[in-house]
Design a protein around this ligand. Sequence first.
Ligand code: NAD
Ligand code: UFG
Length: 339
Amino acid sequence: MRILVTGGAGYIGSHTCLELLNSGHQVVVVDNLSNSSVEALKRVEQLTGQSIKFYQADIRDEKALSAIFAAEKVDAVIHFAGSKAVGESVAKPLFYYENNVSASGLLMQVMLQHQVKTLVFSSSATVYGEPVSSPIREDFAVHPESPYGRSKLMVEQIMSDLVVAQPDFSAISLRYFNPVGAHESGLIGEDPNGIPNNLMPFINQVAIGRRPYLSVFGDDYDTPDGTGVRDYIHVCDLASGHVKALETLHQNAGFHVFNLGTGQGVSVLEMVDAYRRISGQLIAYQVAPRRPGDIACYYGDPSLAAEKLGWKAERGLDQMVADSWKWQKLNPHGYTRRS
Ligand code: NAD
Ligand code: UFG
């Protein structure tokens, strides 16, 4: 298939482009490079020996988007483009509703104009909000607690309404738990701007000496060691989940939702221990107050994806850590050539 990947130069997008190419698909990327570097795509080309058609464009630009669809004759779209920082979404809600919700609506409109009827969307486990319990299943109640989370849920609702009006449209929403890790080559990985908000990129920067210590946000949660528990998933497993979803559900009408996680909870201190053991680096940390809005324990039930897509995460915690560390060591300052 020929796949249009919005946000394909970003962290998850670049790993998915690689997986698509390795699975025999062709890839067209649209990215405005607001949070990424074109260098990621060059490295995917280097790793696969195949080329990617790249358009530096904003998906909010209807004219540009329509011209790309007219020129590229794609079979399906994987939609990663958007903004993802929870805190920023609280400060700039209108921007999040524009860049995540309005832009997605526009994308679906342009898809219909060009008879492209398969869409895979990057949603987030954050749509569940505080769950009644973990593991979280897809049929649990959704009540996101930030503009970011609500923007993801709104896009899912648009997709679900669209398949009623367009019964031949296939809309797949993938709710990711906590993506971490990097391709095993260490050539592509996560390259956050500024001070990382998330645990793994922060530990990476402590390990490489860019930050003196990790703040562990709370050690008094009701969890086995008192620190927060999450469902970390290797980004390459996440990438293969997109390819499976696309190959299984292309032209399979309706709205489909799947959790992508491992089903295993890992605490902050377990992550620090694994990182110390695998990297051999001293990961200094200090216990700090709880981070507002954090939940004690959050992990998914991935059995629906196993049943319907034949997909399962294959990489464990040690590989997530080993690949993150390799990426960080080989690229201490990430992709330094930002465009
Ligand atoms: P990322 O920031 O690395 O990738 C997003 C890409 O979209 C970037 O390359 C950025 O330049 C591009 N982009 C943003 N707005 C655009 C626009 N208007 N037009 C064109 N390109 C635009 O983020 P990521 O971690 O790869 O996340 C990808 C998707 O997955 C996002 O939608 C995010 O909300 C979702 N998600 C991420 C996580 C996570 O923890 N990383 C968890 C759940 C869901
Ligand atoms: N943590 C620390 N110190 C840090 C960073 C994080 O102790 O410097 C802890 C947090 O308190 C939490 C755990 O590490 O217990 C994971 O935190 P992350 O920020 O890495 O991830 P979250 O689960 O808070 O949030 C992530 C994404 C959200 C997404 C959510 C669910 O950032 O966008 O997963 O998919 F919505």
